[in-house]
Design a protein. Structure first.
Length: 431
């Protein structure tokens, strides 16, 4: 008698969406390549700029051009008039100080300003203890029966109650003093403002460099302004003429005097305003939005401690590793199927299923799916024992089994469909 050869049935066919989720051998990308914000990255994610990074070229042009004109044309008389190479030192100081300002500009615009990483899913009471402690009876249900988060919650800062808002884009409760920048599309810690001149948000990690950049630019403008007047005075003394004739002899000195005068009013006023904000421990956003002058500022610790905290404290590390390697958007690819109620193939291990789905709700869904399969098997055994004939064809195996097509169909069933099937199974069991 020829023995039977038992072969393993072929695995169920998976849909394209599930195949993309399960495929872990796909090409990996870095975080900056799949970044959901509007930022621009350079040098392989080492430099992060805002979407308006092109404005940096205009800012550099407005700083470097007058310095070049001053060093090449205006300073000629200063080099000859001052003894002991003091004129050369005047020009060298101007050039070195300009290079220092350009470095501060890139330290301000080319680094993470304090971006808060986005959540892959909305917070839940079980996931965040803070949410659980603040969300109470105000927790209401949405149309689909999924609880919706309250728009604000209360936190205590220096003994005072501060309300923080929920960000629907980043799916998190913003920390105190954090705000969402509509230009960069990120939540930024200690958000001050988005500066178009540097093409970047100003936040907790680059505010110090921004203030140093603005104040240094003010001093550079004042420096060029003063020595242009010194050049005019040297012309007046050498040629015994009035100021107007001296300006005609050196028109670039007059142009730079007018230019730096207007610039000092702009950057100098900005420096004075931010000095006031530093001494009172405010941000530009808070000053225009909340007007702490009319009420108590919970962050004000006194001008001395405020200055030490803002200008001399340690800059925190970035909360984002833009160069880290990740699988190509596996979590985001799974998010749409999760929202539509689809579950993964039963062939996947339960541990990886729980990790990919990200919570206890998904583990419950997996258990319900396994329960449905076991009940399908129970119904099959009842049919074999009952009076109804078995639905088998001649020449096939005598035992009742689930074909690969049924497995593939079951793998594509959603949670809601699975629940309805289980109700039908319970009804058939009762009959």
């Amino acid at each position: 008698m020829q023995g039977k050869i038992y072969t393993t049935p072929p695995p169920p066919q998976l849909s394209d969406s599930n195949r993309r989720i399960i495929d872990t051998n796909g090409p990996s990308k870095r975080v900056y390549q799949v970044w959901k914000g509007s930022n621009r990255f350079f040098l392989g994610g080492r430099l992060i700029f805002g979407p308006d990074v092109r404005s940096l070229a205009l800012t550099i042009f407005l700083i470097v051009t007058p310095v070049i004109l001053f060093s090449v044309f205006v300073s000629r008389r200063l080099v000859n008039e001052f003894p002991h190479h003091l004129g050369n030192l005047i020009v060298a100081i101007c050039v070195v100080f300009t290079a220092y300002i350009i470095i501060l500009l890139f330290l301000t615009s080319g680094r993470d300003p304090g971006i808060i990483p986005r959540n892959p899913h909305p917070p839940e009471p079980d996931d965040e203890s803070e949410v659980a402690s603040t969300v109470s009876s105000s927790w209401t249900g949405s149309q689909g029966g999924v609880p919706s988060l309250p728009p604000v919650k209360d936190v205590i800062v220096n003994g005072m109650i501060v309300k923080v808002k929920y960000c629907h884009t980043c799916m998190l409760y913003r920390p105190p003093r954090c705000s969402h920048c509509s230009i960069c599309n990120n939540c930024v810690e200690r958000f001050d403002h988005h500066c178009p001149w540097v093409g970047q948000c100003i936040g907790k990690r680059n505010y110090r460099f921004f203030f140093m950049f603005v104040s240094s630019t003010t001093m550079l403008c004042f420096y060029v302004f003063v020595f242009c007047w010194v050049n005019i005075k040297k012309i007046m003394d050498a040629e015994y003429c009035n100021v107007w004739k001296a300006l005609l002899r050196s028109p670039l000195s007059g142009i730079l005097i007018l230019y730096t005068f207007l610039a000092v009013w702009f950057v100098g006023g900005l420096t004075a305003f931010h000095l006031y904000l530093i001494c009172t421990n405010q941000t530009t956003y808070e000053n225009f939005r909340y007007r702490y002058d009319r009420r108590t500022n919970p962050y004000n610790l006194g001008w001395a401690r405020n200055i030490r905290e803002i200008l001399f404290s340690k800059i925190p590390s970035s909360k984002n590793n833009f160069r880290a390697r990740i699988k190509e958007d596996s979590s985001s690819a799974f998010a749409p199927s999760l929202s539509l109620g689809h579950v993964m193939s039963p062939e996947m291990p339960k541990t990886s299923f729980d990790i990919e789905m990200g919570g206890k709700r998904q583990a419950v869904v997996a258990e319900e799916f396994e329960d449905i399969q076991s009940q399908i098997g129970s119904v099959a055994s009842l049919e074999r024992c009952g009076t109804q004939p078995r639905h088998t064809n001649v020449g096939e195996k005598g035992n009742w089994e689930i074909t690969p097509d049924i497995n593939a169909l079951a793998a594509e069933f959603g949670t809601q469909q699975g629940l309805s099937d289980r109700e039908k199974i319970h009804g058939s069991l009762k009959v």
